[in-house]
Design a protein around this ligand. Structure first.
Ligand code: BGC
Length: 485
């Protein structure tokens, strides 16, 4: 009982003292150097925010040659709430694939009913052929459509319409077509790059005998923004922090020079920044560089590799491995599991950081079960938490700097209208949703950069699963039957 009376910070201090006596000097040096290399203090965050804003302008000016593609999405209107009817959404973008149907009831009925199914993407499909991947998607969609019950209603004579959320960089050619620029997040499917992904899906649906129409092709950020705007008129930016990362926002047409002469210069368009490709001024360590070099897309998606869920655990594993190889930690030799890339995942990091037990039992269990490090001392467990914290703190703070970079660019171009009123940044993705420390670090960075007064107007809000409904809403807005409502 007495221990319960000791404040948490005193316990932490006691733990730290014991750490020093049990871990080797070499281990401490590695952790110290890593923490310093990862540090993202305000001046670094400022440079990142300014760099993102500057690259946004370059990417809006012309295609190619800059880190941010700034992809026009051909989404000019966000949902108004008037959308009605039955729509499907199909979501491909990370470790899971989702299908969803929603019955929309206009201003009064809103979302009358919704159903969804989620399946893990089999690993082999991530490295297979385009046909195999799209056939898998179309067959799952077909099975899901067959289960449509009487709660959902499609007027006779109409085709079922789909909003296709495809969360990879795509050069959109219209609201319902777009060419894959490259795969990210560990996908390396052959035969899709340079092809229209809607045609790939249509062909697969034909092969399955499925008669449906893709009426909107959207990135997950765009789906999230549409989903958030359905409920909140102030939603202007959407950010995904999941397996991968990205952001989109509402841009004025007259601020997109590369579209001038092609489209009317009035109104707005959602721009998909593909910010995961940003790479300047980032605090990178030898471990990040080695991770990038060993990846299937070296030199690409550097911000993504620094802040998104797919990579956080792998950075930590690389630090642990160096400690094992270079010193006393883990008994001087690396267990096999510790040498296995991507064996340590972001949920492990999160669980370790949340371990409140005095002997860090859960940390010990994860080190043993996942990395093959048995009988870790308390000092080693404490160091493991330090490493996780350094990685997660850098990730959250850089994500915060990215949000500020976008808002500052929007604010500068709209004579202060962003910061003077309530502006909502809709967030989604497993990393954001499930990692409280990460969320805290985002917030701290935003407040640090904008100051406490301005940041009161910036509402960073979780828009749970908004992307699926958002894609269905955009399918409704672009329905070929839209005028018949
Ligand atoms: C993709 C983006 C996507 C993001 C989040 C990135 O790897 O390039 O298109 O929005 O992941 O899913």
């Amino acid at each position: 009982m007495a221990a319960l009376m000791i404040p948490a910070n005193t316990l932490a201090a006691k733990r730290r003292m014991r750490v020093r006596s049990s871990a080797s000097r070499k281990d401490h040096a590695i952790v110290k150097e890593f923490r310093e290399g990862c540090a993202a203090p305000l001046p670094v965050l400022r440079r990142v925010a300014e760099g993102i804003a500057a690259d946004m302008r370059k990417g809006l000016n012309s295609d190619g040659g800059h880190s941010l593609p700034m992809i026009p999405t051909f989404v000019n209107t966000l949902p108004s709430g008037n959308e009605e009817g039955l729509f499907y959404a199909l979501d491909l973008g990370g470790t899971n694939f989702r299908v969803l149907r929603v019955q929309l009831g206009g201003k009064d009925g809103r979302v009358i009913d919704t159903e969804f199914e989620q399946v893990a993407i089999p690993q082999d499909l991530m490295f297979g052929t385009s046909e195999e991947l799209f056939d898998f998607i179309a067959s799952r969609l077909g099975t899901f459509v067959q289960k449509e019950s009487g709660k959902f209603h499609l007027p006779s004579g109409r085709l079922r319409e789909i909003g296709f959320t495809f969360s990879f960089p795509v050069k959109q050619t219209s609201i319902d077509s777009g060419i894959l620029i490259k795969w990210t997040k560990g996908f390396a499917v052959s035969g899709t790059a340079g092809k229209d992904v809607v045609s790939c899906l249509n062909q697969a649906m034909d092969r399955q005998g499925l008669d449906m129409r893709v009426s909107a092709l959207v990135n997950d950020t765009v789906g999230t923004l549409a989903g958030a705007r359905y409920w909140d008129d102030d939603a202007m930016v959407a950010v995904i922090l999941g397996t991968g990362t990205n952001a989109c926002y509402v841009e004025r047409m007259d601020c997109i020079p590369k579209l001038q002469g092609h489209l009317p210069a009035n109104g707005d368009m959602i721009i998909n920044t593909e910010w995961g490709a940003f790479h300047d001024s980032l605090p990178l360590t030898e471990f990040d560089k080695a991770l990038d070099a060993a990846s299937i897309n070296p030199g690409e998606q550097i911000l993504e590799k620094t802040i998104s869920g797919m990579y956080l655990g792998e950075v930590a594993r690389r630090v642990f491995l160096k400690m094992a190889e270079s010193g006393a930690m883990f008994g001087g030799s690396a267990p096999d599991k510790l040498s296995t890339p991507f064996v340590l995942r972001t949920p492990h990091l999160c669980a370790m950081q949340q371990d409140q037990s005095s002997d860090l039992k859960l940390v010990g269990k994860i080190l043993s079960d996942t990395l093959g490090v048995d009988d870790s001392s308390l000092g080693i467990r404490e160091m493991a938490i330090d490493i996780c914290d350094a990685i997660v703190k850098r990730g959250g703070r850089l994500a915060g700097a990215g949000i500020v970079g976008i808002l500052q660019k929007m604010d500068a171009d709209s004579k202060g209208t962003i910061f003077r009123k309530r502006t909502v940044v809709a967030m989604d993705g497993g990393l954001y949703e499930n990692y409280p420390h990460y969320r805290k670090y985002i917030k701290e960075a935003v407040i640090g950069l904008l100051g406490s007064e301005i940041s009161k107007n910036v509402v960073i809000e979780h828009s749970k699963d908004g992307s699926g409904i958002g894609a269905a809403l955009l399918a409704a807005a672009n329905s070929k039957y839209a005028r018949e409502f």
